[in-house]
Design a binder for this molecule. Structure first.
Ligand code: ADE
Length: 253
């Protein structure tokens, strides 16, 4: 997976990429991210990257030319690569796991154009037709954190990025559902015991317990995820047990 992040604030981005799994993915050659400072594509003495809005009003607007120059420079330095230009924006289509999967699989150079301040000169949209993507219905100070969210969610889906190959496989087991609860040693923490079934050594019983708890989490916390899902017969049985168990017990007088 290859990305470039165009930003006025490279220090909001680069340190995050230098940690943990994203760092290792880059060391292993599975992920390549370059961070470009848009100020390096300004050509006046003061390196002006933003200006007051035409028509007046509060705030500053990012100038179009530094972004367009930076994209031109990427095209020149990656002559063999097609570009997929993404603009993080609260106006964009919602970022989902499916979109993360599509970024992870894309062999184009993923170019994240990060806006900051009040916004970006509209001619960037006209010239580049970026895919606008939102990471949620709230407004961030800029696109940098949103770009990192997308890179992180996509990179972990690139084969071999997750150290333990089982992590990804395990997750596909509960694809579209919330995860089941996890426990590690010791068996008792402040009087709270690990569920008996997990120390039973019965793989099939453990599998069923995990499946049921994933269904329970999803039913209780995100029932919308179950609404349009075709469930198999085992899931239907487990879910009906969950629903029975979550019925409020009204005392009968
Ligand atoms: N920039 C500001 N807010 C954003 C959001 N919610 N998603 C993506 N980019 C943003």
């Amino acid at each position: 997976m290859r990305c470039a992040v165009l930003t006025l604030f490279p220090d909001m981005v680069a340190p995050v990429l230098g940690q943990s799994i994203l760092k290792r993915a880059q060391e292993k050659g599975l992920l390549d991210v370059t961070v470009k400072n848009l100020r390096d594509y300004t050509f006046d003495r003061h390196k002006t990257a933003d200006d007051v809005p035409y028509g007046g009003g509060a705030g500053m607007v990012m100038k179009a030319e530094p972004v367009l120059q930076a994209v031109d420079a990427l095209c020149a330095s990656h002559p063999e690569a097609a570009l997929r230009v993404i603009m993080p924006s609260p106006q964009g289509r919602p970022f989902t796991q499916a979109l993360a999967q599509s970024l992870a699989k894309d062999d184009r150079l993923l170019v994240f154009v990060c806006g900051h301040y009040e916004g970006m000169d509209e001619r960037v949209n006209v010239a580049l037709c970026p895919e606008q993507i939102s990471v949620g219905d709230y407004v961030l100070t800029g696109g940098e954190l949103a770009a990192l969210v997308m890179i992180d969610a996509a990179a972990r889906l690139v084969p071999n990025v997750l150290g333990d190959a089982a992590s990804a496989a395990e997750e596909s087991f509960t694809e579209g559902l919330l995860e089941y609860p996890h426990y590690t040693r010791p068996a008792e923490v402040r009087g709270m015991a690990v569920p008996e079934v997990l120390v039973s050594g019965h793989h099939e019983v453990i599998r069923l317990w995990r499946r049921k708890e994933a269904l329970r989490n999803t039913y209780l916390k995100r029932p919308d995820l179950l609404r349009d899902r075709e469930l198999g017969s085992e899931d239907r049985r487990l879910l009906s047990e969950v629903m029975q168990e979550s019925l409020v017990q009204v005392p009968v007088r």
